[in-house]
Design a protein around this ligand. Sequence first.
Ligand code: C2E
Ligand code: CA
Ligand code: CA
Length: 854
Amino acid sequence: MTQAHNALAMQQAIQDQIARHALLGDILDSIIKMVAQQLPSARISLMMLDSEDGTLSLTAGHGLSDGYCRALQRLPVGPAIGACGVSAYNRDVVITENIEQDPNWVPFLQYTRAEGVASCWSAPVLTSNHELLGTFAIYHHYPRSPSLQERSLLIQSAGLLALAIARQRDRQALAWNEQRFRSLFTHHPDAVFELDLQGYLLDANRALTQITGFSLEQIKGRHYEQFMAEENKARAREAFKLVCEGQPQRYELTAYNANGERYWLDVTNLPIMVDGRIMGIYGIGRDITLQQAQAAELHLLKRGIEATPNGVVMADATLPDMPLVYVNKAFLNITGYLREDVLGRNCRFLQGSNTDPQAVSAIKEAISACREHECTLLNYRKDGTPFWNQLIIAPVFNSLGQCTHYIGIQQDITKQRENEEALRFQRSHDVLTGLPNRVAFHERLTEYYRLCRQQSRELAVLALNLDGFKVINDALGHYAGDQLLKSVGQQLAGWLNSGDMVARLGGDDFGILLPNRDEAGIIKAAESLLSLLEQPFFIKDQRLYLSASIGVATSDEKTHDSSLLIQHARLAMREAKRQGYHHWQWYSGSITSHIHHHINLRREIEEALEQGQFIMHYQPLVDARTGEIRSLEALIRWHHPERGLIFPGDFIPLAEETGKIIGIGHWVLRQACKDITIINASRNTQPLSVAVNISPLSFQRGNIFSDIKHILQETCLAPHLLELELTEGVLMSGAETAIDNLRAIRELGVRVAIDDFGTGFSSLSYLRKLPINQVKLDRSFISDITVDKDNAAIVQGVITMAHHLGLEVVAEGVETKEQQQDLIMRGCDLLQGFRFSRPVPLENILRLPSMLPE
Ligand code: C2E
Ligand code: CA
Ligand code: CA
């Protein structure tokens, strides 16, 4: 084989080595071997370029000492640096035939001499892109220049070196690329996975195993659909199809982890393109379960704020003048503004002329201090109408603790305020007349009393009661009565001077406070009140004349309690009535004895019940046609151990005031039932019934129904022989319990009569609805029936109408034969009165004949 052939074979072997990715060192060895074979005395160096500082360093060689290698490190590339520096600089072959004579070598002579080299041929090692990698040089120990062949060997060797180095660099870059890519895959915080074109999982990173809870072994080889919720499969399949066609996809899906828990994934699918062909699919999945939950929560919150009936606003605290950035629907509803009217504006457009400036500055203060604040202030709607706004404002802080927003929650409490005011008015005012009520009167009394004492002035309290109001009420009905009270209230209110006060204390009782009058002034006031009420009132087209009685009491050193004043005034008013109505009376200390009398009486009633001091008298009710006794009215009397026989008029009202009447009523009922059975047992005529007066209080508050039931059982009295006498007022009060009680009692078979019946026509029509049996005409109508034509007409009307309703009529207080005959003529059914018998004790009844004067 020729040398040339040999060189060619070696060159080919080196190229093979390069193609096989042999180690760079081995390739270098082969190149050196190739050069050495052709130039046996040559020494060889490879200097590599440091791409960072641009210097050349001898890195490999043949036949060169370590010392020389150490010396040729970090040589600059330049136009006058040995042969290699210049070759690198010029990117061309440089031949130094004689080093000793080349000025470029001067700095290196000490080394070349020591090494014994005299010539150097250097070629740049350049990539195909002319990138400099280093230099390849051949030294000789004597001066010489290369032959043409030798020169091409130099260039070829440098070329082979360049190829080998470039290849190695490429491979390294590829490996790095691969590793870089791998890092992205492995360390990506989102799940990254690779699918084949059928959808089977080929690989996945750690994040996927963490999100799904499945191990890599469990994941690999399975189809992606096996991991997702049924409802997402169609969507995912569609996406998969598109990505297989080269279109990246992004979508959200729900899937189940290894514990069977559902989670949300934001998935991106990308095609894996290699040389223009889709080889597989990459998936990137982000766990958005938390975001989904937060989004849902946020959505709910937002809807909640939208739905709340309270106005909610948000202002940006970071912008000048804190413009509104959010308002909810309720706010718009309350204020009447549109969203575009208010967003971007400061909330103060809600304020107006009557907004309390103090409330506004309190809000400002709270805002500048970043404090929460609560207040109620008057705001204005878009249409200018005011409303009461109950406002809570609160700062909203960011994560750095800075106040970025203010939230305001408003409530329109206008209605509530109005209701409260109405309620306050109702609490202190009488509904019918609109005058202050008893509570307000007492409050003012206490206040005036204190002031007057401080200033050593007299305070006058007047108790005013209408005369005969009950009669008017009964005669014209309650509606007319109410109208009359209203008119009286108006008159009194109009009469007042400033500082005076009038209140309705209940019924037809009025209280008047006069804080600024002397004695003469008070008398003048009382007189003018009396004449004020003398003026006719027009009710239901009727002209009514009224009168009133007034009691006056004034504060002096002796009265230590304001409430005593009103008591004194009342006592004086009663005294005025006793003296014949339409009159005023100044309270004089002597009346105090009445109070003591009353207090004693209260205690004595208790004793009387305990010691059996009460007794029953009975007064017969006589059949008007036959004169036969039909029934007996039980009337109580008190056998007082010191004061003798006391009549009910003297203790029943107080017993009613104190509630003692309930105990008395119970006793009366039992006694009357017992007595009537004794009476009936002693007579061999038709059995008599007994009529018992029932006080309103017993009827409304006592256990009247069960009392009656028990007493009937106890005494074995037939129910139809018991008759209850109730006054109209009990039932007219409209209390449902009263009517219910009445029905239940009637169902027992007990009879019911309306006592003291006046001329209330309207009342009669009301009575029609009640289960009653009898009407007892009041004594006042009977007394002058034979002389007063008006009264007679009323009596006739009642009898006719009562009969029409199937009710019996009793006339009370029949004293004369004339009255008896008149009533018989008018068709009255039963008569009662002194004409037949006064109320008498039980033993007298037993002696009474069964027929009384006809
Ligand atoms: P009243 O129910 O209207 O009873 C009739 C009253 O008229 C009785 O007065 C009776 O004595 C009186 N009287 C009867 N006939 C005549 C007459 O011809 N001329 C005159 N001038 N008077 C006559 P009394 O007994 O003084 O009773 C007064 C009121 O006391 C009764 O009025 C009744 O409201 C009440 N009362 C009496 N007993 C009881 C009782 O046991 N319980 C309750 N709750 N009230 C009673
Ligand atoms: Ca009666
Ligand atoms: Ca009566």
